[in-house]
Design a protein around this ligand. Structure first.
Ligand SMILES: NC(=O)c1ccc[n+]([C@@H]2O[C@H](COP(=O)([O-])OP(=O)(O)OC[C@H]3O[C@@H](n4cnc5c(N)ncnc54)[C@H](OP(=O)(O)O)[C@@H]3O)[C@@H](O)[C@H]2O)c1
Length: 236
């Protein structure tokens, strides 16, 4: 992952402030927390022309993405996102490493069909903190990869906390896994970074597929990108 210059954000809500440090701002939650953090275009797409999210947000989005990682105990992703091959083991810049004060959070890949994953990817072979797989299909997972055996997302979250000590969980998507976790009632906060970009129809990928009410917790802005933080009212 390339280096990104640290960014300050303008806080619009709750109390306006000209410059806030995202590491402090996003650190205002309990230790046991599940946050979904994703970027989307203004017309609601989570992918750009290349089918990835890099072209959507600017440098402030990329910095907040890193800050959310630095704040988390584990980073949850769906298998399709892992299959893009673009997701490496989590690394942090020197500044975020120092502020975090411990090794990077492990990636946790959710899959129902584990046989479809490439175990030779650096994600599985080169992670300083080993990548974990959550699946009901444990027999298909490479022997060197730690597994949480379940098909139930709520049980997976409980076991990551109880058996692995991973309390603060960050789901980075994709939409399918984020939807699963929201439907299971285990998400506390939705962090949506809305980029000032229109993607149009051809490459449009919908962000979430769930019905529920949300409460706005905070709103920040930088270079026309909006950083929305919503509390999930239907969390159990
Ligand atoms: N904008 C952003 O912030 C952002 C972030 C991440 C990804 N993306 C983009 O999103 C796209 C991928 O999103 P997606 O929605 O298609 O896929 P996804 O959520 O990354 O992965 C879906 C897969 O995850 C597994 N899965 C989902 N729910 C599960 C559950 N409850 N238990 C076990 N496994 C579960 C299944 O894997 P199996 O098929 O192996 O069973 C499913 O097919 C990519 O194009 C990526 O670039 C955007």
């Amino acid at each position: 992952m390339s280096q990104v210059t640290p960014q300050l954000l303008r806080r619009l809500l709750p109390a306006p402030a000209a410059e806030v440090d995202p590491y402090e701002a996003y650190g205002d939650v309990p230790a046991r927390w599940l946050r979904v953090g994703m970027v989307l275009s203004l017309d609601g797409s989570v992918t750009d022309e290349e089918g990835w999210s890099n072209g959507l947000g600017g440098v402030a989005d990329q910095w907040v993405f890193r800050v959310l990682r630095a704040r988390a105990d584990a980073i949850l992703v769906g298998a399709s996102t892992a299959r893009t091959g673009r997701l490496g083991p989590a690394k942090l810049s020197a500044e975020l490493r120092e502020r975090r004060g411990r090794p990077p959070a492990p990636i946790v890949v959710f899959t129902r069909k584990a046989a479809g994953l490439d175990w030779s990817l650096p994600l599985f072979t080169a992670a300083r903190t080993p990548t974990i797989v959550v699946t009901g299909d444990a027999a298909a997972v490479s022997a060197s990869v730690p597994v949480v055996v379940t098909e139930d997302p709520a049980e997976a979250v409980r076991r990551l906390r109880d058996e692995h000590g991973l309390e603060h969980l960050l789901c980075e998507g994709g939409p399918s896994l984020a939807t699963s976790l929201l439907r299971a009632g285990v998400v506390d906060e939705l962090c949506l970074n809305v980029a000032p970009t229109l993607v149009g129809g051809e490459h449009h990928t919908r962000v979430l597929d769930v019905r529920g009410e949300l409460d706005l917790m905070a709103l920040y802005e930088k270079n026309s990108t909006l950083f929305l933080r919503y509390g999930v009212r239907f969390a159990r």
